[in-house]
Design a protein around this ligand. Sequence first.
Ligand SMILES: Cc1cc2nc3c(=O)[nH]c(=O)nc-3n(C[C@H](O)[C@H](O)[C@H](O)COP(=O)(O)OP(=O)(O)OC[C@H]3O[C@@H](n4cnc5c(N)ncnc54)[C@H](O)[C@@H]3O)c2cc1C
Length: 419
Amino acid sequence: MANSGSETTTNNADVVVVGAGPGGCVVSYLLAKSGVETVLVERHADLDREFRGYFFQPLVLRLFDKMDVLDDVRSLDHDEVRQPALTVFGRPFEVVDFSRLPKPYNYGILMEQPPLLRLLIDRADEFENFEFRPATTVTDLRSEGGKITGVRATNRERDEDVELSSRLVVGADGRYSTVRKAAGTDPGLFDSEVELLWFKLPADAVQSAAQGRIESDGIVLYFGLGKEDAQAGWFIEKGTYPEIRNRGIDALRRQVGAVEPTLARYLESFDQCSLLHIEPGLSEKWVDDGLLLLGDAAHVASPVGGQGNGLAIQDAVVAHSTIVNALEENGGSIPSERLRRFESIRRPAVEAVVHLQRRGERALSWYVLNHDSIPGWIGAPLARVLFSVAPKTPGFRRTWETFALGDSEISVDTGAFRS
Ligand SMILES: Cc1cc2nc3c(=O)[nH]c(=O)nc-3n(C[C@H](O)[C@H](O)[C@H](O)COP(=O)(O)OP(=O)(O)OC[C@H]3O[C@@H](n4cnc5c(N)ncnc54)[C@H](O)[C@@H]3O)c2cc1C
């Protein structure tokens, strides 16, 4: 491990959670509420940073309600999504209708993640057995006799090296997980032919809560994020961003404007843009002695269907009950066989979602790569027929219900709560 030459301090906890994303914050809050000595380590000093997925499926509302945070979440700035609008070659289509789902969880939520993550951390902080350590980057795992016994980290604000010893390390540190890498686990990445260029916009750039537009010049997705902000995503062929930058912002504005004229005037500079790689994956192994990976660290999410937050939060809920039960046995690192329940419940459910996403991704990639060569007189009528017929098929309905409702068997283990 790289050492800054400063002091190393050592602390103990039952569980060290690495990464304060949706997965890490939810599992930390649940463990804290269950009396487990929990330390949550986050490399950023604040929660306001690089891109995060902003859409939360109805399934998340159900789980938030069971863990007693839904009212607080709803008091944060958000947009409710009931019938996301999709325009295909100038014609509006109703593809998904959340309002038909069983009440009261019959809508999705669009919101900035930092206030949500802050709320979960504040709720966990109500318990003395919880500690949040921001500005602390995990650099390596500690191990003894082949079992993981904690993490090594650096606190950049105090220029201090820290060792945290624990019975379990939860790797919730996202798509580029250091914990996964230190454990020698292959992320199992799939290749993708497209990338997403993401723009930050003022709130009035977007008229409805969630929209997508497919035209002969490309595909744009755009989302309102409460009263202040909005975002738009523009699909591009993988590897072409340097070329797009070379052509200049006016050329990009013209291209986006050909699909959605109202957005174009808000696109002023490349400073508004971030490039998001779409490289989903399924790690080969999610548990080991003293280690559990969840969320993107276990399975890097594709943006198709807005699934990443929901998958990470469902993982956190199942991990919570698995960990609480496993900790009941005295001793050191939790053995992998006590953690297998987590993987045996979550892997098949995640694989089913990834399978559906891969299908959607293939259709999307084909269109992004070929739309220039499809004559308008074929493209427009074909697309309109497809979007009129496909949403009515049982296969399509099953897919979006799986995306919206998740694994309905999963429930929060409220019996483990101390308060
Ligand atoms: C283009 C795109 C659009 C998406 N849109 C959506 C959407 O609308 N809805 C949706 O549900 N999902 C979406 N997703 C996916 C979603 O963003 C992720 O699946 C979700 O954030 C995963 O949550 P997580 O808690 O596992 O990890 P993350 O949210 O990635 O959190 C990981 C945390 O770990 C921290 N960390 C990393 N390394 C270290 C370290 N060494 N030490 C300490 N801390 C560390 C990071 O700073 C971060 O805070 C999208 C993904 C992409 C690529």
